[in-house]
Design a protein around this ligand. Structure first.
Ligand code: FES
Ligand SMILES: [Fe+2]
Length: 377
């Protein structure tokens, strides 16, 4: 159980900073916890539980005015600290009521152009967002730009999405992507498994290595070192690494952030390549969707598609074992469904058809659309 807790007691990326605009709220989920992000009076990003303290209506159904979120139902208003600042139409002194009406907040971090939150114990969280293997030793200004930060939500459990990202040999399905990857016509070299790290190495036709690394600690992260290289002359030499982060949205959905890191020269070519690589990654994510749906349905029926038949699969099978513990461990918050009590019907009154007040129907569905790539910070 100790290990299971570490999955939750860490920071997870949940949105791109550039997508969070003032005057709007953004419903998100992490481990099934419904939360909203919005910008407060100082335009800082804040995170509250997406549930009004009055009657539990999702705050994301309301609106954000002057950095405060107002519930759509009775208009109670909350600031970025979750404090209730206004109860419309209450002529009494509402101070005591408002003091009891705070909405829980979640701590956030901003790093690498992403908003990170935790639903675990922030005191136990390691600075996992600082430990990204391919980013930690880089000069941020020189080596990466959030212009090339792509996110995509998948209709599948976190373990399915993260293992797919780690399983490099499935590049076979990616019609465009594989042409960008010299190693896709190369060969498998070796697998190296340690306690908290699994690494598979491939070699391309030029003898260059691609290291696909999955680390369990301090957070689960996937790194592709030497993913692609474009070398035409001494002066045109571009290398691309890829860092992938994942977050469990709920039991059936997950979010992946792909973070290409460009190095080399000339600089203008790096800038030209960024949107192209973004497009290719997004296109590739979409190609995975049907596979994910299939794997999710197998999983829903209690089946398993994890077969250790090839050395190509050895390391991600190892990672699968890490994730198994996390899989059905009760770490997910069940989204509550609010159904009003039924009133007893009088025999003399003809029965009316019951309106369905199920909260889930009145809510806007969580978008499954991918976040559009945009400009850098
Ligand atoms: S339910 Fe939110 S103000 Fe009443
Ligand atoms: Fe894929």
């Amino acid at each position: 159980m100790e290990n299971l807790r570490t999955f939750r007691d860490q920071w997870f990326p949940i949105a791109r900073v550039q997508d969070i605009k003032a005057g709007r709220s953004y419903p998100k989920q992490l481990f099934g916890h419904r939360i909203i992000l919005f910008r407060n009076e100082n335009r800082d990003i804040v995170c509250l539980k997406d549930e009004c303290s009055h009657m539990g209506i999702p705050l994301s159904q309301g609106c954000v005015k002057k950095g405060r979120v107002q519930c759509c139902y009775h208009g109670w208003t909350f600031n970025g600290q979750g404090e209730c600042t206004d109860i419309p139409r209450l002529t009494l002194d509402s101070t005591k009521i408002r003091e009891k009406a705070s909405v829980p907040t979640y701590p956030i971090r901003q790093k690498y152009g992403m908003v990170w939150i935790t639903v675990g114990d922030p005191g136990l969280c390691l600075d996992s967002e600082k430990e990204a293997l391919l980013l930690q030793n880089n000069n941020e200004a020189s080596y990466y730009s959030t212009q090339s930060l792509t996110s995509y939500e998948f209709p599948s459990h976190y373990s399915i999405a993260s293992l797919n990202a780690f399983d490099f040999s499935h590049v076979h399905i990616h019609k465009i992507l594989k042409h960008f990857l010299p190693v896709s016509s190369g060969h498998y070299k070796k697998t190296h498994i340690q306690q908290d790290k699994a690494q598979t190495t491939f070699v391309d036709a030029n003898g260059e290595n691609l290291d696909v690394i999955m680390q369990r600690s301090p957070s689960l992260q996937i790194s592709f070192k030497g993913l692609s290289r474009l070398r035409l002359t001494r002066w045109i030499d571009v290398r691309v690494d890829l860092q992938v982060f994942g977050s469990p949205v709920d039991k059936d959905r997950s979010l992946l952030f792909a973070f290409p890191i460009f190095r080399g020269r000339p600089r203008f070519l790096l800038k030209i390549l960024r949107p192209i690589v973004d497009f290719v990654l997004r296109f590739s994510f979409a190609e995975d969707i049907e596979i994910f749906r299939f794997q999710q349905s197998v999983r829903d029926q209690g089946g398993s598609f994890y077969k250790n038949l090839s050395p190509l699969d050895a390391s991600w099978i190892k990672v699968h074992h890490w994730l198994q513990a996390f899989d059905e461990s009760g770490l997910y918050e069940e989204t509550p469904t609010i159904v009003p009590e039924k009133k007893p019907q009088q025999a003399t009154v003809p029965p009316l058809s019951e309106p369905d007040f199920t909260l889930a129907l009145s809510r806007k569905p969580m978008t499954r659309e991918p976040v559009q790539p945009g400009g850098g910070l």
